[in-house]
Design a protein around this ligand. Structure first.
Ligand SMILES: N[C@@H](CCC(=O)N[C@@H](CS)C(=O)NCC(=O)O)C(=O)O
Length: 365
């Protein structure tokens, strides 16, 4: 381990005091998870059902506007680690931009992992790799010694036994992970940094009071059927598990199509009419990857967004072409290369399919 890391390693006692929101300590929680034999084995090789089962995120602390909280929202302290390929991380980049957090580099700067995920998990670009691809930012002071994302997990919790996932918010002061669950990271961004943002970004939320129950309900079935459904389809190692997942994916898309058709009929542009909400933000990263990657790589090929779902397609192109936070956080090179060249179980030769062309059709309305 790099010496910089060791210096910032918090003690176990200290760690357990900061994990105040945990029901159990990270170590005991991690032990309840089934660790894969290899990072790149998405479904254990001896699985009887061949089903992909996503693990629960472990670090669930609140980063709060309250200065007396263990993780107060202050400048020059936190860092967001993402992959541009990852749909869960993509949510956090969209919200960071929509909220204007990206305009002030002291608030929540970002490090982007290399798009290739190998047997040691995500890694940070070497100087040589970064020279060829400047957006692969070098990790910040304090975590500069990390070669792999897993180094951060072990610095936060030496016994960590879960998966090494992006996104995560890192606390450079305590040298630990604040939170690694995108659903929670986006919510804290809506409100907790408001005191440090210019007036026009304060009070802007994508989870408004009056729509909360409906957004939660929508997110629930979209997560299971689509956001996670495409992974269940793609990683399945038995025919029945695949068929079950893929039919769920298209049942979910059919339902979303109906909702957007009704919204468009009333002059709305989003899931909930005229208001852009978390429902759109969580749906977009999956839909934007659908035609370019999931259709062929995850075998979700009963239909395509561009040919078969006119309302989803119209909604997608509006977000992509008209709202910079969506287009500017969408990187088709990382998306296509990551999936096709990292999932050796699915695509052992790492061939990157050329189509569809273009990645995104123009907004012709
Ligand atoms: N529930 C997590 C899921 C995050 C996740 O699965 N990220 C993937 C990339 S798309 C990852 O980093 N996987 C690495 C691994 O599982 O080894 C969240 O939404 O934050």
């Amino acid at each position: 381990m790099h010496p910089l890391f060791r210096r910032s390693l918090p003690s176990i006692q200290h760690l357990s005091s900061v994990f105040q929101l945990h029901l159990r300590t990270p170590t005991t929680r991690a032990l309840t998870m089934t660790a894969p034999s290899k990072i790149t084995d998405w479904v254990p090789t001896d699985s009887k059902t061949g089903e992909f089962k996503r693990s629960t995120s472990i670090f669930r602390n609140a980063l709060s506007s309250s200065l007396s909280s263990p993780f107060p929202a202050v400048s020059n302290r936190y860092h967001l680690f993402v992959s541009l390929a990852c749909p869960w991380a993509h949510r956090t980049l969209i919200v960071r931009k929509l909220k204007g957090l990206d305009a002030d580099p002291s608030l929540l700067p970002v490090s982007i992992v290399h798009w290739h995920m190998g047997t040691s998990g995500w890694h940070f670009a070497t100087a040589e790799e970064a020279a060829n691809n400047p957006e692969l930012a070098v990790a910040p002071e304090g975590v500069i010694g990390a070669r792999h994302l897993k180094d951060l997990y072990f610095a936060a919790s030496p016994d960590y036994a879960g998966r090494f996932t992006v996104p995560l918010v890192w606390d450079t002061q305590k040298g630990t992970i604040v939170n690694n669950e995108s659903a929670e990271i986006i919510r804290l961004m809506y409100t907790e940094f408001d005191g440090l943002l210019p007036a026009e970004n304060q009070g802007v939320t994508y989870y408004p009071e009056h729509l909360r129950a409906q957004i939660d309900e929508f997110n629930g079935w979209v997560y299971d059927g689509l956001n996670n459904g495409v992974y269940k389809s793609g990683f399945a190692t038995k025919q029945a598990a695949y068929e079950d997942a893929v039919t769920g994916v298209f049942a979910t898309l059919d339902r979303v199509e109906e909702i957007l058709a009704a919204s468009h009929a009333k002059g709305g542009r989003y899931i909930f009419g005229e208001q852009l909400t978390e429902a759109d933000i969580r749906l977009y990263p999956t839909v934007v990857r659908f035609d370019p990657v999931y259709v062929q790589h995850f075998k979700t090929n009963l239909k395509m967004i561009r040919h078969d779902y006119p309302h989803i397609h119209k909604w997608l192109r509006h977000l992509y072409w008209d709202i910079p936070a969506f287009k500017e956080t969408t990187n088709f090179e990382h998306i296509k290369k990551h999936y096709t060249m990292s999932h050796s179980q699915i695509n052992p030769h790492g061939i990157v399919p050329l189509g569809p062309v273009p990645d995104m059709l123009p907004n012709d309305e």
